[in-house]
Design a protein around this ligand. Structure first.
Ligand SMILES: CC(C)(COP(=O)(O)OP(=O)(O)OC[C@H]1O[C@@H](n2cnc3c(N)ncnc32)[C@H](O)[C@@H]1OP(=O)(O)O)[C@@H](O)C(=O)NCCC(=O)NCCS
Length: 176
């Protein structure tokens, strides 16, 4: 697995493994993750504390089934984060995660997805990438479909939000 960073020269970006980030960048990521424009679409939508966040990143050091990256440009802006979790090297699959920096005005989802596909399919040799998305996250569902994913199932009443259970849509992208 890619433990440090990947230079993506053709798109002038760098993917930095969370375990290789400096303190300042770790805190910038926490701010993004706790921004309600992002957190409301996450399965865990409460505020994450600094302690939890640092522990989460420390635990990634020894994890073999998940990997998280911050994507930065040459101006040191963080465009967003991507992740591959539940990595299954027997069945060559993983679940992806993605969120863009809500404070940037540019639309960077496709660039981030390009990097997920590169790391997942080319670098790691996976054949299937799954995504799980809240059913009411219409923007993300449209985004995934645009990126070639298709819906395979609906997990009924899967996640509890504000005392209500809501559905989650599972999608897959198969390597061509
Ligand atoms: C999902 C996300 C990564 C998409 O990245 P993005 O850069 O915003 O993507 P785009 O700008 O290409 O928008 C995706 C599509 O959604 C459409 N869209 C925008 N707002 C929308 C809305 N309110 N409802 C439905 N579709 C919408 C856009 O028009 C675009 O489709 P088009 O190119 O056919 O017009 C980003 O919005 C994000 O980080 N959201 C918050 C976190 C999140 O939801 N992550 C996914 C969890 S499953």
């Amino acid at each position: 697995m890619v433990k440090t960073q990947i230079q993506l020269d053709s798109i002038n970006l760098i993917a930095i493994n969370f375990t290789n980030l400096n303190q300042n960048d770790i805190l910038r990521i926490l701010d993004m993750r706790n921004d309600t424009r992002v957190s409301k679409y996450m399965f865990l939508d409460r505020k994450i504390t600094k302690k939890e966040h640092f522990e989460f990143i420390k635990n990634l050091d020894s994890a073999v089934d998940r990997i998280y990256f911050a994507i930065k440009n040459k101006k040191n802006e963080i465009l967003g984060t991507i992740s591959l979790t539940n990595i299954d090297m027997e069945n060559l699959s993983a679940y992806i995660g993605i969120y863009t920096n809500p404070n940037l005005n540019t639309s960077n989802g496709s660039l981030l997805m390009q990097i997920i596909k590169y790391i997942g399919f080319e670098k790691m040799g996976l054949k299937k990438l799954f995504a799980q998305c809240l059913k009411n996250n219409h923007k993300a569902l449209r985004f995934y479909t645009k990126e070639g994913f298709y819906e395979i199932k609906t997990l009924k009443n899967y996640i509890k939000k504000n005392d209500n259970f809501i559905d989650v849509v599972e999608l897959v992208l198969i390597k061509e």
